[in-house]
Design a binder for this molecule. Structure first.
Ligand SMILES: [Zn+2]
Length: 355
């Protein structure tokens, strides 16, 4: 399987926060048998590289396995479904999109996010933005009983965007759902499977962390178990090149991975950031730098662990992140894999302790 295949598989797989099981199963299937792979009870997946020795500095590679989606909150008497968001959504990007709901038999049922049709809107309705509380998911049922007895949907059911991955090779583009953070997951698996030198004096542990979108919850648990000396977070990062002037773009498509100096969750260890930028320049890997006034990644909780873990975030620019349809460039994924791998292949204990 090449990187495109694992991206496709991970993008198409459903896995909202708390329901990451199918994503981590896909990741398990992708990794060779000589990797030690375990799970914990919040569904973090730990992938331990075959190590060249004992007492080596431990590197945590992190990508989050969950995606933004929804959970069914109640079923109305007319047979529509009220829902809550798992993760951050712009409600204006949601109406009339297709979703899939997992029923009690494990089947995925198609539904449409609906609100009052135009023919029935009052003037006041027209002047009011539609929020999640004015929307329902419609599976085509005609009563509450039908939803429960025929569709076998109960409250608490997870809901994912219904989107199928596509690749436009001629234009280096990929389209699909959940690029935040399945592109990071794919990059992590690829780095560990194919790109780390086996005699590198590092103990590398990859973790696909759960529930990042609900407040960095999986990583809060996983960093305690791994107890790393240093960490790299691989993320899908929101592209800003379709609505900004050139001077303000810090995450443009096809301009390479982004390294963050800061966001709302962290000020990245500046010595580690400099080391990473030096590597990118040495190996001629295109990259972008970001100083963000909002947003956060698992780097926030990893950095605050124990004696503080030097952590950087490498982000793959994704347009329309946290919506049904994401757009990214395959070359940006490949440059991220290359950058992360060369950072690892040039690290050793002395360098890590100097951060
Ligand atoms: Zn993310």
């Amino acid at each position: 399987m090449n990187v495109l295949k694992i991206i496709e598989k991970l993008s198409n797989t459903p896995g909202v926060s708390g329901f990451e099981d199918e994503v981590i199963q896909a990741a398990r299937t992708y990794m060779p048998e000589n990797f030690d792979i375990t799970e914990d009870r919040i569904r973090n997946l730990f992938i331990h590289c075959p190590s060249p020795g004992k007492d080596l500095p431990r590197v945590m590679l992190d990508a989050h396995s969950d995606e933004v989606g929804f959970m069914i909150q109640s079923v109305t008497t007319s047979g529509t479904l009220k829902f809550l968001a798992l993760g951050g959504w712009n409600p204006q990007s949601l109406g009339a999109h297709a979703v899939r709901i997992r029923n009690t038999r494990g089947q995925w049922i198609k539904g449409i996010v609906a609100s009052k049709p135009t023919h029935f809107l009052t003037q006041e309705d027209r002047n009011t933005p539609v929020g999640l509380s004015n929307m329902v998911i419609d599976v085509g049922a005609t009563s509450q009983q039908e939803v429960i007895d025929h569709f076998h949907i109960r409250i608490g059911a997870p809901v994912v965007p219904d989107v199928v991955f596509t690749h436009d090779a001629e234009n280096d583009l990929i389209f699909g759902k959940a690029f935040d953070d399945r592109l990071g997951c794919a990059a992590l698996l690829e780095v560990m499977k194919h790109h780390i030198k086996r005699d590198q004096p590092l103990d590398v542990v990859g973790v696909l962390s759960s529930q990042e979108e609900l407040g960095l919850r999986g990583a809060t648990v996983s960093v305690r178990r791994i107890n790393p000396d240093i960490a790299i977070v691989l993320e899908g990062t929101p592209a800003d090149d379709t609505f900004n002037g050139n001077e303000a773009i810090q995450a443009g498509l096809k301009k390479g991975p982004q390294i963050r100096h800061m966001d709302k969750s962290v000020v990245s260890n500046p010595r580690f950031v400099k080391f990473a930028i030096d590597i990118a320049e040495t190996y001629k890997i295109p990259f972008q730098e970001a100083v963000r006034s909002s947003g956060g990644t698992n780097a926030g909780v990893i950095t605050l662990h124990d004696r503080s873990i030097p952590t950087i975030t490498l982000g793959i620019p994704v347009r329309y992140i946290h919506s049904h349809h994401c757009i990214a460039a395959l070359s940006d994924v490949n440059h991220t894999i290359k950058w992360c791998s060369e950072i690892l292949n040039n690290l050793n204990r002395d360098i890590i302790e100097s951060f």
